[in-house]
Write a protein that binds this ligand. Structure first.
Ligand code: SF4
Length: 108
């Protein structure tokens, strides 16, 4: 497995946001932390395990929390951003919404 650089991961999140019509968190320092978390997880597990959750380290078991996770869209719809506040909905970003901690939607 080829390891990913920080720039690789920036490219990945920018591409996802562009394709999906989402916005990235506008706080550069915050964004960098999430990107670094994604990079660490990719280089450890071989997939983009969500950096704000504890996964199993098994791709099948973690399937629903591989970025962009399946909870992202419902969380954007309800709160304006995903659990990690990496991706913001366009509307939330446009009105200058500030992400806050949100409940975990993933079933236990
Ligand atoms: S919560 Fe956000 S950063 Fe985490 S996997 Fe879902 S979309 Fe990616």
């Amino acid at each position: 497995m080829k390891s990913k650089s920080t720039e690789d991961v920036y490219e990945f999140v920018r591409r996802v946001a562009r394709h999906q019509g989402w916005e990235l968190n506008p706080d550069d320092a915050f964004l960098k932390d999430v990107v670094e978390g994604l990079k660490t997880n990719y280089n450890r597990h071989g997939y983009f395990l969500c950096p704000c959750r504890d996964g199993e380290g098994d791709r099948a078991a973690d399937r629903d929390i591989i970025c962009p996770c399946v909870y992202n869209v419902p969380d954007q719809n309800e709160y304006g951003h995903c659990f990690c506040a990496l991706f913001l909905s366009r509307e939330f970003a446009k009105r200058g919404g500030v992400p806050e901690p949100i409940p975990e939607r993933r079933p236990e």
